[in-house]
Design a binder for this molecule. Structure first.
Ligand code: ZN
Length: 138
């Protein structure tokens, strides 16, 4: 069995953002040479997410508005922020949007359903973050 591990580095200019990372994951799949297997992609940070959905800007704004409604930014609104941090909302948003995705690799390609793309959801950005890509197969 072959395996390939890579770390995608990301630094968003905004505190909250959704970034399409499909191309970067496909690049790692090409490098791996793996034709049949599984591709795991996960955020390595507890204030950001990796998820699969539609590449449509309006929907991305809907996601950000939705998680803001569920867990609004509020410096004084979370027990977690008593530690001196201000990102209690970001931990909750990350949990709602998910940590990782696994995509089947078939014939050397990410075997997506129609319109599926992989996104990185940032909820406490403007600093260096990493995304793990682990591909196994043959
Ligand atoms: Zn925190």
């Amino acid at each position: 069995m072959k395996h390939h591990t890579a770390y995608i580095r990301i630094h968003t200019s905004m505190r909250y953002d959704i970034v399409n990372i499909t191309g970067k994951v496909e690049e790692e799949l090409r490098k791996s040479g793996i034709k049949e297997g599984l591709c795991l992609v996960n955020s390595m940070h507890i204030t950001s997410s990796v998820f699969i959905n539609d590449n449509e800007r309006g929907l991305h704004k809907d996601f950000l508005a939705w998680v803001e409604k569920l867990a609004p930014y509020d410096v004084n609104g979370y027990m977690h922020n008593l530690t001196g941090e201000d990102n209690g909302d970001a931990h909750l948003k990350r949990t709602i949007m998910g940590r990782e995705v696994v995509v089947a690799v078939t014939d050397g390609r990410l075997d997506f359903g129609p319109w599926e793309c992989i996104f990185y959801g940032e909820f406490d950005g403007q600093r260096d973050k990493r995304i793990l890509v682990k591909i196994i197969g043959e």
